[in-house]
Write a protein that binds this ligand. Structure first.
Ligand SMILES: Cc1cc2nc3c(=O)[nH]c(=O)nc-3n(C[C@H](O)[C@H](O)[C@H](O)COP(=O)(O)OP(=O)(O)OC[C@H]3O[C@@H](n4cnc5c(N)ncnc54)[C@H](O)[C@@H]3O)c2cc1C
Length: 443
């Protein structure tokens, strides 16, 4: 079976297609599940809504370069994605360190800081997650000390900042690596931040190192390679609208066709679960997580081309400003430098040169913005949010329930990982698990 760029990869004979397994969603979770199902001898179809696979991993072009508007970095501590890169013979490249830091100053506005500022910032960050070695001693088994997590899982990052009596200025200094990750101090759960901290080895250096190494060629190329090796069939431009489990077969309606299989992996983002009609209906936890959001609903990532060589800045945006973080990309464009911006501010139009120029004027004065290209993941109908960052109560509340098979359906996706939720590795973890559960269901 080959892989076609659009449409299904083998001749269709009618409106009904039957497979050994169907995977809904061609992101890293879905492709990993399909890869493992194919390896178990199951003829598998991936049904993808967009005209491309990859979902929240999306390599595209900007200023003549390959850039990422979603997932970018991988790390050896993320064993599944790292192992895959090794297996596929893909080289990796490490980003250069920043040369200068910009952060909020007393009384408002921004200033350039000495590099030693980063130690101060790390110490603050460590205070947020103090005690995580006790309450999350086994990072891949986050429920191990459920007794200690019960109260903590109710806290937002803002609650924690108030507990610690962190000043407004200090809060701005760590906003980019705490509140902004969570979609705002009053959205994200402390336990999600602590979980990433635990997975990173309980140190600030470990935590920051997670976002520094890239696969050469980009994330989409990595996924395409995995997909090609898997031999799974793919149909694109086919949003799934309906899934009916009659107890022995599952019928999946997409793009005006009905596909059937004895079991289905649902590997779409949690935020879009309630856009698909399931019969029988899903348990209440699914609806609750989807309506609360698991992926950050205001997440935006943008590439910014600026004139000339601006060096390697690390800008820490203050909470509520237009840009939460700006860092230098590893490559330069023909006209100047490429910067990577992150924002969770719903006011930011990530494709507006004038708005981004206003934001850049605040943090890197004198820098001329030439072009921008961004993605507002929250307004994308097939994500309705960006990277995963759980809300208070979700770790202990709904996570375990949505990981259980529901009839002949198994759910997957980075949003429901028990390891690296919010990362490609977490997506792969759930894909591996889903393929195993589907094999059991269909044995
Ligand atoms: C801005 C940003 C930066 C990030 N940076 C990093 C990083 O540096 N490193 C890292 O490891 N991770 C990063 N992440 C997280 C990473 O991208 C995700 O964790 C991972 O890609 C999620 O994979 P997934 O398969 O679970 O979901 P997705 O990638 O969202 O895949 C789900 C798929 O389901 C499809 N779909 C949705 N609805 C339907 C439907 N009705 N019918 C059919 N298909 C449907 C979607 O189109 C999509 O292809 C980042 C994410 C964002 C948004």
């Amino acid at each position: 079976m080959g892989i076609a760029s659009t449409g299904i990869s083998h001749a269709e004979t009618g409106t009904r297609q039957s497979y050994d397994a169907i995977v809904i969603g061609g992101g890293f979770a879905g492709v990993t599940a399909a890869r493992d199902l194919q390896a178990k001898g199951k003829r598998t179809l991936i049904i993808e809504a967009r005209d491309r696979v990859g979902g929240r991993a999306w390599s595209t072009t900007f200023a003549g370069k390959t850039v990422e508007l979603g997932a970018t970095w991988i790390h050896p501590s993320q064993k599944l994605v790292w192992g895959e890169v090794q297996r596929l013979g893909i080289a990796t490249v490490t980003d250069a360190h920043p040369e200068f830091v910009v952060a909020s100053k007393e009384g408002g506005g921004y200033e350039q800081k000495e590099m030693a500022f980063l130690d101060q910032q790390s110490a603050l960050l460590a205070r947020f997650v103090e005690g995580s070695q006790e309450y999350l001693p086994r990072p891949y088994e986050p429920f191990h000390r459920e007794d200690l997590l019960r109260e903590l899982d109710k806290l937002t990052l803002g609650d924690r900042a108030r507990q610690l009596r962190i000043s407004a200025l200090e809060q701005n200094w760590v906003s980019a690596s705490t509140g902004a990750y969570g979609g705002g101090f009053d959205r994200g759960a402390l336990t999600q931040l602590a979980h990433w901290w635990a997975l990173s080895g309980y140190t600030a250096d470990g935590y920051h190192a997670i976002n520094s190494i890239r696969p050469v060629g980009g994330m989409s190329a990595l996924l395409e390679k995995m997909l090609a090796r898997s031999g799974a069939a793919v149909v694109k431009n086919a949003p799934v609208t309906k899934v009916v489990d009659n107890g022995s077969q599952v019928q999946v309606t997409a793009g005006g066709k009905v596909y059937t299989a004895p079991a289905v992996v649902v590997a779409v983002p949690a935020n879009v679960w309630n856009t698909i009609s399931f019969a029988p209906g899903l348990p209440a936890e699914f609806g609750r997580l989807a309506s609360e959001s698991v992926g950050v609903p205001t997440a935006r990532k943008l590439m910014i081309e600026v004139q000339g060589d601006v060096g390697r800045p690390l800008v820490n945006g203050a909470g509520g400003d237009l840009l939460d973080m700006v860092i230098a990309d590893t490559v330069k464009s023909a006209r100047g430098s490429l910067l990577i911006g992150f924002s969770v501010n719903p006011q930011l139009d990530a494709n507006s040169v004038s708005q981004v120029q206003t934001a850049i004027d605040q943090v890197l004065p004198g820098t001329k913005v030439l072009a921008v290209k961004g993605q507002n993941w929250g307004s994308d109908p097939y994500s309705k949010g960006g990277w995963t960052f759980r809300r208070p109560g979700q770790l202990l509340g709904g996570l375990r329930a949505v990981r259980q098979p529901h009839g002949r359906l198994v759910f997957a996706g980075s949003d429901i990982a028990t390891g690296w939720a919010g990362y490609v590795d977490g997506a792969m973890e759930t894909g591996v698990r889903a393929a195993g559960l589907v094999s059991e269901l269909t044995a």
